[in-house]
Write a new protein. Structure first.
Length: 183
């Protein structure tokens, strides 16, 4: 079911479909700005992280059914790069966001710590259903907030609550929860 139809199921509004779509697009863009692009095997994401440690932590979990590419950067005498092979690192379950450098790997460059910088290219775990649900809730909140702020009964105008706080709570419900990691 399209997001616009899900919004219409949950609220009554006199907004036109193009107006609703504009609010949906704004909510979608807010999610992308805060948490990165939607998971798409055709468009993996790349992140550059500081190294010189045993483990690196990604903001989003890795879809381990997809290809992962890791490049280490060393600044010994000018920039040197090393393309890691699978035996160079371990991706820790159950959250698949922690990547440990392996000293016992079979590659030409086994080490205990990552290089000066580490570039990880991967497909994040698909959280599309959660993102869509948050988009629907953000749009419904925007519609309800707008309708409520425009209503006045006699001398009484109802408390609107803090729209920004509610909106932020909805957005943060997408934030990854990794639990406790011992590195």
């Amino acid at each position: 079911m399209a997001i616009i139809d899900r919004v219409k199921e949950r609220t009554e509004t006199d907004l036109t479909d193009p107006e609703l779509q504009m609010i949906i697009d704004e909510a979608n863009q807010d999610i992308i700005n805060k948490f990165g692009p939607h998971a798409d095997p055709g468009n993996p994401i790349s992140v550059l992280l500081p190294g010189n440690r045993e483990s690196i932590i990604l903001q989003r979990s890795i879809d381990i059914s997809q290809t992962v590419a890791i490049v280490e950067y060393y600044d010994w005498w000018g920039e040197t790069t090393y393309n890691c092979v699978a035996s160079d690192y371990r991706i820790w379950p159950p959250f698949n966001h922690r990547i440990q450098r392996r000293w016992d790997g079979s590659s030409a460059l086994p080490r205990r710590t990552w290089g000066d910088r580490v570039k990880v290219t991967y497909v994040p775990v698909n959280d599309g259903n959660m993102r869509e649900e948050v988009i629907v809730k953000l749009v419904v909140l925007a519609i309800q907030y707008d309708a409520f702020t425009q209503q006045t009964v006699g001398d009484y105008s109802g408390q609107t609550g803090d729209y920004k706080d509610e909106r932020n709570k909805l957005l943060m419900s997408i934030a990854p929860r990794h639990g406790m990691d011992m590195a």
